[in-house]
Design a protein around this ligand. Structure first.
Ligand SMILES: Nc1nc2c(ncn2[C@@H]2O[C@H](COP(=O)(O)OP(=O)(O)OP(=O)(O)O)[C@@H](O)[C@H]2O)c(=O)[nH]1
Ligand SMILES: [Mg+2]
Ligand SMILES: [Zn+2]
Length: 312
């Protein structure tokens, strides 16, 4: 009997294809003469044990799994167990995310505060750290870029400006990603997420396509989430772009998803504990903050929507 067939091995789901899971394993820990020892990783096409379905355990990209019945020759295996998740980003669906890199282009498609904020809220509500990656900065002047950076900083976020066209900022972005276990590139279609991966990992050559001239929007080129190794044990996920993330939140929690409001609330709380920061007496939130109108509009929608609370 092949010894490895009964051996349990740990791996990570790097992609989902039809009903299969693509699992990458690091096989340095155990030797198999039939394997090509020049590479350190191997990807296997896996099915899942039906007990996982009975237990209602969903598996997504980023999940750490246990595999068995490994057939190295044909690169097949069966997923028998899944570790509990450290975090989960619902859309794009990725498990164990440590950083959400929200890619937003300064032009083509145009920077839109409401759209960026919706992506930021997705990360905030999953309790995962967001970073804004400002893409296509070759399309604007230095002064325009400074205004964008200041604007993003005023919301309490960090931002890394990049251009794939002239490789500006790519090295420092990569340095940041290599300090992170699993970074997800999220953002609208056409902002250059896949172009960034192609630039960072020259050995992959993923499909990209130009933004529609008429609508000035992306054409939804990437269709699946996929993880790529970027060195230092770090992983980077390319994801399909989408334009309008939903906001799902309790009205009383909503303000805490905005760092600029959190700062004000932690300095001195509002007079009433259940303050929704509308026009209540003793409210400490500065209504002149740039994103306040966005907060207010979505708060009203949430309050008026049937449960569960949701804004448009
Ligand atoms: N000028 C300029 N164009 C860029 C840059 N990065 C990407 N593009 C272009 O933007 C277009 C869209 O790029 P993609 O990488 O396909 O965008 P995406 O975010 O992956 O889009 P989806 O897969 O649809 O979500 C392509 O025509 C790229 O050549 C950049 O830094 N500068
Ligand atoms: Mg893409
Ligand atoms: Zn208040």
């Amino acid at each position: 009997m092949n010894k490895n067939k009964s051996k349990k091995v740990k791996g990570i789901v790097v992609a989902l294809k039809a009903n299969f899971l693509i699992v990458e394993i690091d096989f340095r820990d155990f030797k198999d003469a039939s394997l090509d020892q020049s590479s350190k990783k191997i990807t296997l096409l896996c099915t899942r044990r039906s007990k996982l379905d009975y237990q209602g355990l969903f598996i997504d990209v980023g999940d750490k799994v246990c595999i068995e019945s490994v057939d190295y020759k044909n690169k097949r295996a069966v997923v028998s167990d899944v570790d509990s998740r450290q975090s989960f980003l619902k859309r794009p669906a990725v498990a164990n995310v440590t950083l959400v890199s929200i890619c937003i282009s300064v032009d083509e498609p145009l920077f839109d505060i409401e759209q960026v904020s919706r992506f930021l809220l997705t990360a905030e509500s999953a309790n995962i750290k967001p970073l804004i990656v400002l893409t296509k900065i070759d399309l604007i002047t230095k002064n325009e870029l400074i205004l964008y950076i200041n604007q993003i900083n005023s919301w309490g976020y960090d931002c890394v400006p990049v251009s794939v066209q002239n490789s500006q900022g790519i090295d420092s972005l990569l340095e940041r990603f290599r300090k992170t276990e699993l970074t997800v590139l999220a953002g609208p279609s056409g902002v250059g997420k896949t172009s960034l991966i192609n630039n960072i990992i020259p050995t992959v050559s993923l499909s990209t396509s130009s933004v529609s001239k008429k609508l000035k929007r992306g054409t939804h080129t990437t269709r699946h989430v996929e993880l790529f190794a970027i060195g230092n044990g770090s992983l980077l996920a390319d994801t399909p772009g989408f334009n309008r993330p939903e906001i799902m939140c309790e009205p009383s929690d909503f303000a805490f998803l905005f760092p600029e409001f959190r700062t004000q609330l932690s300095n001195s709380p509002c007079k009433f504990r259940n303050c929704l920061h509308r026009d209540e007496p003793g409210c400490v939130i500065d209504k002149d903050l740039e994103r306040y109108p966005f907060y207010r509009k979505n708060l009203e929608e949430m309050i008026n929507s049937p449960l569960p609370y949701q804004a448009g």
